[in-house]
Design a protein around this ligand. Sequence first.
Ligand code: GDP
Ligand code: MG
Length: 455
Amino acid sequence: NLTARLSRVVKTLKGEARLTEANTQEMLREVRLALLEADVALPVVREFVARVKEKALGEDVAGSLTPGQALVGVVHKELTTLMGGDLGPNATELSLAQQPPAVILMAGLQGSGKTTTTGKLARWLAEGGHVQNGRKTGKKKVLVVSADVYRPAAIEQLKTVAAQAGVDFMPSTADQKPEDIARNALDHARRHHYDVLIVDTAGRLGIDEVLMNEIRALHALLNPIETLFVVDAMLGQDAVNVAKAFNDALPLTGVVLTKLDGDARGGAALSVRQITGKPLKFVGVSEKLAGLEPFHPERMAQRVLGMGDILSLVEEAQRAIDVDEAQKLAAKLKSGDRFDLNDFRSQIAQMKNLGDMGSLLEKLPAQFSQAASQIDGKQANKQVRRMEGILNAMTELERSKPELIKASRKRRIATGAGVQVQEVNRMLAQFEQMQAMMKQMKKGGMAKMMRAMGG
Ligand code: GDP
Ligand code: MG
């Protein structure tokens, strides 16, 4: 991945104060390769690298950073921007603000995940997940209908999905015309005061005119407030052509990137965003109906870069602190050394130095923040200080060999830190959890770990 690739060149360039043509050339080559490895389409990569180069040249290299780290910072920032960071905080929201029913039209190739995503969105809206201007707007009354009259059992599939989602299903049959189905459903939704109507459509295996004409006609008839392009992240490079075809045919309002729980590195996100110019709104992260998440530009940038948490730690750390600690940790992860209590302590120290726990936790990959969210807001800093107290009460040997810490040592440490033994135990348990994650991360990389966590 990119972090690994760059770290090799990074070391050779210490002590230079500016990013220059000469010291960035090799690194930019690595950025290019890393993006291609992540399945970003070639023209998109070219444009991106040119942008990074333009932004990076002449940039000052702050404090103890190497030009390599500074460049990673530029790459990360630019990638986040391109993923939609420039669209503002509300870009991932669905817009439903109109005279109900708000119609959502689903478009995409066969197998991209339209029907599944219809169910996911229906559930999300019915359960009150909808957010407007950053605030939840409450549970919606949702109707779904299938205009897929071609694929055997497509209508039946949506019926099943709707039942699972706990939303109403408008029956349709394979001998109806898609437009008639849509018209009936819209009429029904109006008369029964539905907030939202989601229209699932047919997809073909390739892009063809018949398909495009049909969905254009549906669009004209339904006048949807959202037209979502559903695309399989595993499409990789091919995502570009598919996105282009749908974007040319329809006024898309947003993109749903599915199957991100697989091996896809997320490069398709960048390609699709670049080609359509439309915001990515959601990602699909499992076959199950709960497997839908709002899109986070930053997280996706990190996925493409690989090793997100370390990278953003380095980034956050630029201003405040101890870049070296983060680097050591990153190096340690790569080298295969065991993550011990000393590493745990320096991580905690960094959190404290950074002050803003909230923003730091957000930067961590989802599975970390889940564990970390048990430490809630205001309590966080206090807890960090207590954990540090416990760690400081240990000897160097104990920190590097945590398995030595048995009952009598625990009592001594607890007394030294002025806490109960249970608190020492709790901290050790948290440490072990973190250690297990680090191990996983080293072994299989993020994608594998995300799968494992996602169940
Ligand atoms: P459609 O032809 O566009 O309607 O696609 P479907 O909704 O029928 O999905 C095709 C296949 O992809 C099904 O087996 C789904 O279970 C699967 N699928 C859809 N979304 C996701 C996802 O986010 N993750 C995973 N792992 N599978 C998905
Ligand atoms: Mg379908």
